[in-house]
Design a protein around this ligand. Structure first.
Ligand SMILES: *[C@@H]1O[C@H](CO)[C@@H](O)[C@H](O)[C@H]1NC(C)=O
Ligand SMILES: *[C@@H]1O[C@H](CO)[C@@H](O)[C@H](O)[C@H]1NC(C)=O
Ligand SMILES: *[C@@H]1O[C@H](CO)[C@@H](O)[C@H](O)[C@H]1NC(C)=O
Ligand SMILES: *[C@@H]1O[C@H](CO)[C@@H](O)[C@H](O)[C@H]1NC(C)=O
Ligand SMILES: *[C@@H]1O[C@H](CO)[C@@H](O)[C@H](O)[C@H]1NC(C)=O
Length: 215
């Protein structure tokens, strides 16, 4: 059957477009992942932007009304890095002069976030307790802002964080004992290497500092 000239012809006709189809498929999968599979994350970022004062550094954070508009593809938003599946792994708006608060950033929308770097900006308000849902977070830098809350106890859930910097803020209160894991506890800053809080008003008791050194 395969030896008849007509089926060879048919084979050739079918084979020709395959490379093109593959390329088209790869491109569309990439776009679909960026636009739809990460919709919750994209929406959460847009909602946060909406809650902030109007500022040009977030101009790229727009849903393209029009696929020809390259700058606003959610995969190319300023300060946002995504993994191959289109999910946000890093938010880095350090040194941008960002104004506003992180109180309206819906942390629960970012299950894969590894790094949150907002150092040296004009952020005020609190460090919201919701930040504790970032189970995979490894790096959290909120230093040199005007944050004025306490450190929420939920930070104890950031078991993967190795660097936590809240220095140079108006942070008050103490360090929750749950930050420092005991042998049998599932929460606590189990991976912490650097916990920086210079020039804040956080009170640290000798007991806690001792357990800090024991980490
Ligand atoms: C933040 O607000 C200040 C004061 O209103 C303004 O001068 C500055 O340009 C703003 N920053 C950004 C990034 O828009
Ligand atoms: C898409 O963008 C192009 C260039 O910016 C513009 O000319 C066109 O009108 C837009 N199309 C739609 C449907 O918005
Ligand atoms: C942050 O600062 C701005 C400008 O000073 C002020 O309008 C706003 O109420 C402050 N927000 C919080 C949560 O403190
Ligand atoms: C933080 O600052 C805001 C605005 O100035 C104020 O309303 C709030 O009470 C302050 N919070 C703390 C914990 O000091
Ligand atoms: C830590 O996460 C668990 C669920 O994984 C939750 O039940 C608990 O309340 C969280 N702890 C804090 C201090 O938010």
């Amino acid at each position: 059957m395969l030896s008849t000239p007509s089926s060879i012809m048919a084979n050739q006709i079918i084979k020709m477009p395959i490379p093109f189809l593959l390329v088209a498929k790869v491109v569309s999968v990439f776009l679909i992942l960026c636009k739809t599979s990460a919709t919750t994350e994209t929406e959460a970022l847009l909602n946060w932007k909406e809650s902030l004062p109007q500022q040009s550094i977030l101009d790229t954070w727009m849903i393209p009304s029009n696929s020809s508009s390259k700058a606003s593809n959610p995969c190319q938003w300023r300060g946002i890095s995504r993994n191959d599946a289109g999910s946000v792994v890093e938010i880095n708006l350090a040194y941008t002069g960002l104004n506003g608060t992180i109180e309206n950033l819906d942390f629960s929308s970012f299950p894969n976030l590894l790094r949150l770097d907002l150092k040296l900006n004009n952020l005020n308000g609190s460090i919201p307790p919701g930040i504790g849902v970032l189970k995979k977070l490894q790096f959290l830098d909120l230093s040199t802002n005007n944050l004025n809350s306490t450190l929420p106890p939920s930070l104890a859930n950031l078991t993967e964080v190795y660097e936590l910097d809240v220095s140079r803020n108006y942070i008050t209160g103490g360090l929750d004992p749950s930050f420092f894991p005991r042998e049998d506890s599932k929460i606590g800053l189990r991976s912490i290497k650097n916990f920086l809080m210079q020039d804040t008003m956080v009170t640290t008791s000798t007991n806690i500092l001792t357990s800090c050194f024991m980490l």
